[in-house]
Design a protein around this ligand. Structure first.
Ligand SMILES: Nc1ncnc2c1ncn2[C@@H]1O[C@H](COP(=O)(O)OP(=O)(O)OP(=O)(O)O)[C@@H](O)[C@H]1O
Length: 646
């Protein structure tokens, strides 16, 4: 039955998910948090070893380029070692084949031993050197891996920061980020696996040369024997990759649940609201569904691997039978046969190495491709694609919103409709209205954090959509409603490494916000680490954090200051200080103030009232308190409440 609180339809499950009639357990729906990007899943299921073989060179090149950037000498060292290992393996193989041929040829034993001696020396030297190179590879890989992984993670963060803020609302964006993040984690594997394949290929080249010289039939037979196994390995890799793709949303949810249950910020509610058992139950169910999908993929992969191994076994019987036939029919001498046996063993080992490494390389390549796709355009949300690069000639004076409509991606209706607003430096404009009326959304548009769906936002004569966003945000200071607690020192939390970082400038900003009062209580003053999660840190109260966020905004000296509920957590004295100081701050700034405490907006030059995404009133405090309308009714209500309390 449909009621007011269940009227929206649950999202449609991805194709292929059963929608049986059995009742679902309360609170958990079969389709919850599943990855829904059908096009991506389809593209994934069409992945073949051939398409990946085409893409692999560029993937490997990009990873090697990154390795080159982060540790040039280790990258060169690894390449040299792997090529050297391959060459030595090839030399060793040729020497072993020569030794066997010499030992089982006709002639006296001493003479045969003397013939084999130089080859034996080569084998010994090659084996020793290979061992040495092997140790060097382990050392260099251990040195390169962590930095390469960190570098890949960092490129992800940079790409995410370069995406539109609105991207977080785009369907599939967060999943794409997650999947790409997994690609970033395995980037070092790609380099390593590529090296393994290169080394195995070098050994195979030598084996192949020997086999071809001994008999031209042996090499094609060997390849044929390995094909079924290769196909099975790649298929199994694809099944596992697709399972990872499908469960990525659920794995992300598991991570979020863990975070909320374990960390300070939400763990008090977890306890007091007895949310723990409920969330642990939810965690168990989601984890079970992820494990089931992974187990199914692992089973399918194992069956495919088994089928490939059986086919490979049968095919290798054919190869050995062919060798026996060549010997029995006198088409190959016994001495050559001895060499062929060894060359076949080695070449089979190398081909298996290539298949194994190649299948791992292909799977890693799919992940890394996801990472690179994200880096290339942040899942189609890169600001470089949606915005211009025009610089602002000077700090802007006038900010204007012209006939703007805005709808969040996936939202059923517009959050703002046909809104116009203007303000200039020296002015304080207050934005008021009931919850959900669009105040924060309008402030995000004014700052250029969001771009309008219709209409435009201009700073002086430049549209925010045409401006280089990073250059533009140098002129913005924002006190958001949900502010960020960063586990940094107070100094770093205020400056983020920007502006005048001198103690005098910091102190002035702290005085204006009231944060200066906190300083004597902090163990190392402004250099105190503001968190209790690490040793030596100190945690602030909610209101103290709000003072700090205000300090951050005041310290920026920006032309546009947006304050969204800036005093919600402040005590009366601290709140009074902020509002008393606003006029002074507004001397060279345009200030947009969002607040529900309507008596506070008397400080504003103009008040703009929003209702359901539209501007319904505009005027001074004196006008709006006298004029019948939304502002007056809300204001009266607040006055009556405080009057009653008094
Ligand atoms: N990130 C978002 N994604 C989708 N919809 C959003 C998002 N943020 C806000 N909205 C929607 O836009 C509308 C306006 O929200 P907004 O936050 O601008 O309101 P507000 O006036 O600031 O509310 P409040 O007084 O509660 O802070 C609401 O209906 C809200 O559901």
């Amino acid at each position: 039955m449909t009621s007011a609180i269940t009227q929206d339809q649950p999202p449609q499950p991805p194709k292929g998910t059963s929608q049986g009639d059995e009742p679902q357990e309360a609170g958990v729906r079969e389709e919850e948090y599943l990855y829904r990007d059908e096009s991506r899943l389809q593209a994934g299921s069409l992945l073949t070893s051939r398409t990946m073989a085409r893409r692999l060179p560029s993937l490997v090149r990009r990873s090697v380029q990154m390795a080159w950037r982060v540790d040039r000498s280790a990258t060169i060292g690894l390449l040299v070692c792997q090529i050297g290992t391959g060459v030595l393996a090839a030399l060793g193989l040729l020497a072993v084949t020569g030794t066997i041929t010499a030992l089982i040829s006709s002639g006296g034993i001493t003479e045969r031993l003397w013939d084999a001696a130089p080859q034996l020396a080569v084998i010994a030297a090659a084996t020793g050197l290979r061992a040495l190179l092997g140790i060097t590879v382990v050392w260099l890989t251990g040195r390169l891996r962590p930095v390469l992984g960190r570098a890949a993670e960092l490129t992800m963060v940079e790409a995410a920061l370069g995406a539109e803020l609105a991207a977080n609302n785009k369907p599939g964006y967060n999943d794409a980020y997650d999947i790409a993040d997994r690609g970033a984690q395995v980037t070092p594997d790609l380099v390593e696996e590529a090296q393994d394949v290169i080394a195995a290929t070098a050994t195979l080249t030598a084996g192949a040369a020997v086999l071809t010289v001994l008999h031209p039939l042996l090499l094609p037979l060997l390849f044929l024997a390995c094909l079924p196994q290769a196909a099975a390995y790649v298929r199994s890799a694809r099944v596992i990759y697709l399972a990872g793709l499908e469960t990525s949303g659920r794995r992300r949810m598991l991570g979020k649940l863990r975070w909320h249950m374990a960390y300070m910020e939400s763990s008090e509610e977890m306890r007091a609201c007895l949310a723990g058992p409920f969330l642990i139950g939810r965690y168990r169910k989601l984890a079970a569904s992820v494990s089931a999908a992974e187990r199914e993929a692992a089973n399918t992969g194992a069956w495919m691997g088994l089928a490939g191994a059986v086919a490979g076994g049968v095919a290798s019987i054919a190869v050995w039978a062919a060798l026996l036939w060549l010997l029995a029919s006198g088409r190959m001498s016994l001495a050559a046969g001895g060499g062929a046996v060894f060359a076949l063993q080695t070449a089979t080992g190398s081909v298996r190495g290539i298949i194994n490494g190649g299948a791992r390389l292909v799977r890693t390549g799919w992940y890394v491709q996801d990472w690179q796709n994200f880096l290339d355009n942040a899942h189609g949300q890169a600001m470089t694609d949606s915005r211009g690069t025009a610089p602002l000639p000077a700090a802007p004076v006038r900010f204007e919103v012209r006939d703007v409509t805005y709808r969040y991606d996936g939202a059923p209706k517009d959050s703002l409709s046909d809104v116009s607003l203007h303000m200039r430096r020296g002015e304080i404009v207050a934005l008021v209205g009931e919850n959900g009326s669009g105040k924060t959304t309008l402030s995000r548009l004014l700052c250029g954090l969001l771009l309008p769906t219709e209409g435009e936002v201009a700073w002086d004569h430049a549209c925010t959509a045409d401006l280089d966003p990073w250059g533009a945000w140098e002129h913005v200071a924002l006190v958001p409603q949900k502010f960020t607690y960063l586990p940094l020192t107070m100094r770093d939390n205020i400056t983020f490494g920007q502006g005048d970082t001198s103690d005098a400038a910091l102190l002035a900003a702290c005085e204006a916000s009231g944060a200066a009062e906190m300083l004597p209580g902090l163990r190392s003053g402004i250099n105190t680490l503001l968190t209790s999660e690490w040793f030596g840190g100190q945690q602030l109260s909610g209101g103290q954090w709000q003072r700090l966020v205000l300090t951050r905004a005041f310290h920026r000296q920006a032309a546009l200051l947006v304050m969204d509920e800036p005093t919600a957590a402040l005590d009366a004295r601290a709140e009074h200080r902020i509002f008393a100081g606003l006029r002074e701050l507004a001397k060279d700034r345009a200030i947009l103030l969002i607040t529900h405490r309507l008596t506070n907006v008397a400080v504003a030059d103009r008040i703009v009232v929003l209702d359901k995404g539209r501007i319904v009133q505009e005027g001074t405090y004196a006008q709006l308190t006298r004029e019948p309308g939304l502002f007056q009714s809300l204001w009266e209500l607040q006055r009556r409440m405080s009057g009653n309390a008094a």
